[in-house]
Design a protein around this ligand. Structure first.
Ligand code: ADP
Length: 458
């Protein structure tokens, strides 16, 4: 017995077909009760009612299965046909034999069979029904003379109905299969289209974010150059005046104070120079860069960040040089962003550690902090444009970092984040300098780290 649920995609025509057959069955039963109890000759009424009630029990089970989205005895269609042949044969037998109106049920049964099952089952059912009807003729032949003309006519009609209904059903099934195939293709195309739209939207958003970032940087560069010019010139004048006055014959106290003044003025000038250096229009040429130099340049800018106070930056550089092919200013931008983010994440007394190591032609730079970490739910969105948790953040830092590093053939990823801190790792392909390859291989990637003193301790 099979009462398996239907796979709605594969057999999507079967459930509506099942609903139709259930209705045909109920119609047949109701008609049967009317014929037996209201219209019929009134003989063998109790036997006929009993047979119809058996049929009604079967119809109830069938209806229940149909409502549950299943087909009752789906894998035993010939058994059902056999039962129906017997059921109709008995109805005819207890009614008026070959002439009974119940003989038309054979047609209904064939129609239902053609809707539900394959052609072969319908034709086998036709044979069973032909046999059932012929048996009636054999059993009733003594009473009615030669019934074979009626039998042959009925069998021809049954054959006709079987053929016509299987032809129509197979047409419907083919159309339904084709429709469901087209529907699947449509769904696939729709999914593909949606995926492409998402991809294009993301690309558009990313390039827009890049333009915004570049415009901001350019504006910042102009502003910084303007400030450096406006402040730098009077500063240079004051500095030379101080130096001139200091060359005069002054008492020790004034001489010392003038020296201190000069030193502070030079410090301001140095800071201005660094600001201008950092914000000048970036060169976009790829060249051989030393990653350690780029890291130091980033740290020399990071020391001016207001949140640097009370935090320690520790560097552990691989003792070998770290040459990579990249745009140097962009590398500085990447490392600066990682360090600034680390500073934002840490509280006073926090430690930020920067490590480099070379292994199998790849240079790894890790920037770790002991800050608050990144929420697990935020992690998938880190490198997307405009993702920020800071009130004054732009959410473009990590996104731009990823673009820059990927353009240099490298990778940037969040390698660790918990409530004890966060580590970002930048991997870049090392530029092979002839003669250094075997030496690198010998070291087999072991980090021979040196601890350089913190660049500044606030
Ligand atoms: P922004 O700094 O403008 O917010 P970023 O793209 O640089 O943009 O960073 C995006 C977000 O990633 C930050 O808002 C912060 O929530 C998170 N983040 C980045 N680095 C760290 C870090 N080291 N520790 C904790 N959170 C971080």
């Amino acid at each position: 017995m099979s009462d398996m649920p239907l796979n709605r995609d594969e057999f999507n025509w079967q459930l509506p077909a099942e609903a139709i057959t259930v209705r045909i069955r109920w119609f047949g039963l109701c008609m049967g009760y009317v014929l037996v109890n209201l219209v019929g000759p009134g003989t063998s009424q109790s036997e006929l009612n009993a047979i119809l009630t058996l049929g009604a029990v079967y119809a109830i089970v069938d209806t229940y299965y149909s409502l549950m989205g299943r087909v009752f005895l789906r894998k035993a269609p010939l058994f059902i046909s056999l039962m129906e042949a017997l059921f109709i044969g008995l109805l005819c037998h207890f009614d008026s034999g070959l002439e009974s109106p119940f003989r038309f049920y054979y047609f209904l049964s064939l129609l239902v069979c053609a809707i539900r099952y394959a052609q072969l089952v319908t034709f086998s059912t036709f044979l069973l029904h032909a046999l059932s009807y012929s048996t009636l003729a054999v059993m009733g032949s003594a009473d009615h003379g030669s019934p074979w003309r009626t039998v042959v006519l009925m069998i021809v009609l049954m054959g006709w109905v079987a053929w016509a209904s299987t032809a129509l059903a197979s047409l419907i099934k083919t159309a339904s299969r084709r429709l469901s195939q087209l529907n699947t293709e449509l769904k696939e195309n729709q999914a593909l289209l949606e995926e492409r739209i998402d991809e294009r939207t993301r690309e558009l958003q990313e390039s827009q974010a890049l333009v915004v970032q570049q415009e901001k940087q350019a504006a910042f560069g102009l502003l910084a150059a303007g400030i450096a010019h406006e402040v730098g010139n009077p500063l240079a004048a004051i500095s030379s005046l101080v130096q001139m006055m200091n060359r005069r014959d002054l008492d020790d106290y004034t001489h010392e104070r003038m020296g201190m003044l000069d030193e502070q003025l030079r410090r301001i000038q140095r800071t201005l120079r660094e600001l201008v250096d950092f914000s000048r229009p970036a060169k976009n040429e790829t060249s051989l860069c030393d990653v350690h130099e780029a890291l130091d340049a980033a740290l020399s800018i990071a020391k001016y960040y207001k949140r640097k106070k009370g935090k320690r930056i520790v560097t552990r550089y691989d003792e070998q040089s770290a040459p990579v092919m990249a745009v140097r200013d962009q590398l500085v931008q990447v490392f600066l962003n990682l360090v600034l983010n680390a500073m934002d994440a840490t509280t006073e007394g926090g430690i930020i550690e920067i490590k480099t190591s070379a292994h199998e032609g790849v240079l790894r730079v890790t920037v770790s902090d002991d800050g608050a970490g990144i929420d697990r739910s935020d992690q998938p969105r880190l490198f997307r444009p405009y993702f920020t948790t800071k009130s004054t953040g732009t959410g473009l830092g990590l996104f731009v970092c990823r673009r820059i590093i990927e353009q240099s053939g490298g990778r940037i990823e969040l390698t660790e984040s918990s409530e004890d801190g966060t580590t970002f790792t930048v991997s870049l392909p090392l530029h092979e300098i002839p003669g250094q390859i075997s030496e690198d291989a010998d070291r087999s990637g072991e980090l021979q780290s040196v601890t350089s003193p913190p660049i500044s301790q606030s």
